[in-house]
Design a protein around this ligand. Structure first.
Ligand SMILES: Nc1nc2c(c(=O)[nH]1)N[C@H]1C(S)=C(S)[C@@H](COP(=O)(O)O)O[C@H]1N2
Ligand SMILES: [Mo]
Length: 408
């Protein structure tokens, strides 16, 4: 049974199972193998209406735009710009950005207060490219049980692109960091509608900054789509995308951490080993979500797809982590009892999606569940959905993915 968490609701399904007798716990284990595990909600239709630069997407809101990619885009290792997911927190997004007059302002603890145009970026600095996965920390949130508040994403709040731009490091060096520089704050042009709503501003520590962090003006060989932050955004490979500030307009260097809603409250998980808590008792200490855990998503086939008996079925999908790289992806056709290795496609870089495929012939008619599990080079792997640890923000879900097809 699925339910949205309400205040005062005391027992969630897993707690109930945990406290029941050993016999029913055993039953629960076999049940979850047979297919009652929680999975991200996957059967929502794409909208009939599309934003001009996007194909029809799973649409949660049009103001601010909240658009999810359908599962089928994860057949590909690079996500097309017109199907790349969209997430904004605030509804007042400029209706027009002029490429010639657009300015990024760098100030605070720098030698010279600096204003850069897009042309400055493209001519004064070395141009670099990085293939990187961009994933919202709340991706697959709808798989948690009970469902936490927030956008009920399926697995499509992620994508992978070839990003081109300049190193943030080079831009900061150009402005000249002062000795006590420690925190860098990023702001974009979007604004809240209500004056008391906090602005979407993010901060990172100078120590988190390496040469892969870029200010990007190109995505998959084109200008950034407007909805993905035209003309420039921050790209922080390996990190969840809450730091990837879009329509980047201000970079402010400081010696102190500034208390901000989108740093102190949102995009955080419990600061304990399991990064977990219960609906009844939230963790007191929390930490930012930062690096992505290992995950994979099946792009083909999709749930409910009909396939012919004895036909040649090629399962395809993508796997990724925070940059250690994918060691293997395995497929199970018996509910997770036995696993077989899928073939990995070309390595497009440590921060990129790693494509995989696995062929088999479904010999019996009826429903077949296909499960996929990725393991990274550290040996970290995806847990069964039933073993996923809960947090009230619904962040960092990485349960083993599954689709069920019908063999006819
Ligand atoms: N200016 C601005 N940048 C932002 C956000 C935002 O609300 N405003 N949201 C962040 C979050 S939480 C996510 S998941 C990504 C989404 O990027 P996308 O819309 O290109 O997919 O942008 C990040 N950058
Ligand atoms: Mo996000």
């Amino acid at each position: 049974m699925r339910h949205i968490l309400k205040k005062g609701m005391h027992m969630k399904r897993r707690d109930f199972l945990r406290t029941s007798l050993a016999a029913s716990a055993l039953l629960a284990a076999s049940k979850s193998l047979a297919g009652t595990t929680h999975q991200p909600i996957d059967n929502r239709p794409v909208s009939d209406m599309a934003f001009p630069e996007k194909k029809p997407m799973i649409t949660y809101s049009d103001r601010p735009p909240l658009l999810e990619a359908p599962r089928s885009v994860f057949e590909l290792e690079f996500t097309p710009n017109d199907q790349f997911f969209v997430r904004w927190h605030l509804p007042e997004i400029p209706k027009h950005n002029d490429l010639d007059s657009y300015i990024i302002h760098i100030n605070g603890l720098v030698e010279k207060d600096t204003k850069l145009t897009i042309k400055d970026l493209k001519t004064k600095f070395e141009q670099v490219e990085v293939n990187a996965v961009q994933q919202c920390g709340g991706n697959s949130r709808s798989a948690f049980d009970p469902i936490p508040g927030g956008i009920q994403w399926g697995s499509g709040a992620m994508g992978c692109a070839k990003w081109k731009g300049v190193r943030l490091k080079d831009v900061l060096d150009y402005a000249g960091l002062k000795k006590n520089a420690h925190w860098i704050e990023f702001n974009g042009l979007d604004k809240a509608a209500y004056y008391k709503t906090p602005n979407f501003v993010r901060e990172i520590e100078l120590t988190e900054l390496d040469e892969n962090v870029i200010i990007a003006y190109e995505m998959n060989g084109e200008d950034l789509p407007y909805l993905n932050g035209f003309p420039v955004r921050l790209v922080m490979p390996g990190y969840y995308s809450d730091n990837w500030v879009k329509m980047l307009s201000n970079i402010t260097v400081s010696d102190k951490y500034k208390s901000l809603f989108f740093m102190d409250v949102a995009y955080r998980v419990p600061d304990n080993k399991c990064e977990c808590e219960t609906p009844e008792k939230h963790a007191k200490k929390t930490k930012p979500i930062t690096h992505m855990n290992v995950k994979s998503v099946i792009g083909y086939p999709v749930n409910g797809q009909k396939v012919y008996q004895n036909s040649h079925l090629v399962v395809r999908g993508v796997a990724f982590d925070s940059g250690y790289g994918i060691r293997k992806v395995e497929i199970s056709l018996d509910g997770g009892k036995t696993w077989e290795k899928a073939n990995l496609k070309a390595d497009n870089g440590r921060y990129s999606f790693r494509g995989y495929y696995y062929s088999f012939k479904p010999t019996q008619k009826g429903k077949v569940k296909i499960m996929a599990r990725a393991t990274n080079n550290l040996g970290e792997t995806q847990p069964f959905a039933k073993d996923i640890k809960w947090n009230h923000g619904g962040y960092k879900y990485n349960g083993i993915d599954e689709v069920t097809v019908e063999v006819i």
